[in-house]
Design a protein around this ligand. Sequence first.
Ligand code: NDP
Length: 490
Amino acid sequence: MNSQPPTTTTDTGIPVSSDEYSLTVGAGGPNLLQDTYLIEKIAHFSRERVPDRVYHVKGSGAFGYFEVTADVTQWTKAAFLNKIGKRTPILARISTVAGEEGYPDTDRDVRGFALKFYTEEGNYDMVGNNTPVFFVRDPMKFPDFIHSQERMPDNGLRDNNMQWDFWTLSPESAHQVTVLMSDRGTPRTLRHLNGYSSDTYMWQNAGGEKFWVKYHFKTEQGIQNMTDAEARAMKAEDLDYHRRDLWEAIGRQDYPAWRLEMQIMPYEDAADYRFNPFDITKVWPHKDYPAIPIGRMVFNRNPENFFAQVVQAGFEVSNMVPGIGPSPDRMVLGRMFAYGDSQRYRTGPNYGQLPVNRPLGEVHNYNKDGPMRFHHHGNQPVYAPNSYGGPKADAQRYRDPSWFVESAEIMRTAYQAHRDDNDFIQPGMLYRDVMTPTDREHLAGNIAWHLKQGVEHFIQERAINDYWARVDPDLGARVAREIGLTAASR
Ligand code: NDP
């Protein structure tokens, strides 16, 4: 350890004479405006925060690497995936959705699963969740959904009534709510959960062939959850239980790892697949599209500065490298705007220059100036076209990923339903065919407990009759029994 600590300075590096005392007129006199070190210190303190994310506020971060374990060049030309054994540095942020910074980690919630791959062709962000589906399928309903999970406008309290009102009036949420109300809604740690793209993306190989894909990051630690009672008890014991667990595991070199498995659908299958494959409230059943292992991800380094590297980390759905593109999934298309917009709002238009957000390679474009701009290429042209050697787009090598759209009128309408599309089929399959008797019992109990917390009678009835009984009659009956609804009132 350095025996002589450095001298304290102002933000401009000027040595200061005291860490303890403000400048005053005599020992008992007033403070002086000319104490610019004190003023700088207090003014900086008032500005320590940037606006929170509107949702996914509380997250934990880790650095690590992704390694390719199978040849995927038949499906994508993405350079970071082009060789078995190739490693790409990554940043991960796993978050709760509805609570603020400081909210209990073990609250029942979906967990965000955001990854940034620092590739040789720019940053690739995969911004998913720990569930394979989502609550809504159209971005028009997204702000309404988030509002329903957050706080009431008058008293500032979270409100189960608002949550169940929204869910039961939005039948497409049934699949995700089934997963949320199962014990997967209360993961034991951030190491014991899976990550899913949930959304559908496009992969394109060097020959131009296109595929629709879904990402599944399977925890090598195994899925482990808390029961509802354990999760509620942990709220009182340690609000930061998940963040602490991840930090400590990495600190003791017990590095958590995930296997990346891909579901890959040939481009042509989408038109006639039995479910609309771009509807994020549905999974692609494994027997139709088996999950193919292609890589491994390891978290092996804790952040050195939480604010700089986790709070200010910006993940953008639109950050896709050549060989990876969006799909007609409306949620992907809506999210491609939302995430960059959120970062521009939170940290300004130059957030991409922050070390954690900066790509490995150089950035060349004609964006100029703005708050906190600190990177420049010297005397280069600031407009295109130009005669002075400025960067030039390469239309030969790079094309925007695309798909055909039937000639149709511009309209606001529901997704095109495919023959098996029904909001209750897949959650019903999960309940009947996948869950164990214990899972089913916990699911019914968790739903009942949640429904008993301040939910109005008519919404409880709707939740039983129009929602859970349609997922599965046995589940509807169990929940009704547990919340004490009589047969007559049903
Ligand atoms: P499968 O039997 O092939 O797959 C079921 C999958 O469900 C498992 O692979 C596992 O996925 C997941 N799972 C297991 N236990 C639970 C649980 N208690 N709660 C939530 N998920 C669990 O069947 P299908 O592919 O035909 O899917 C049937 C149902 O399984 C779907 O309706 C969906 O609800 C659920 N599911 C399907 C996934 C898919 O992509 N096909 C992915 C996850 C869930 P994992 O290893 O990812 O945990």
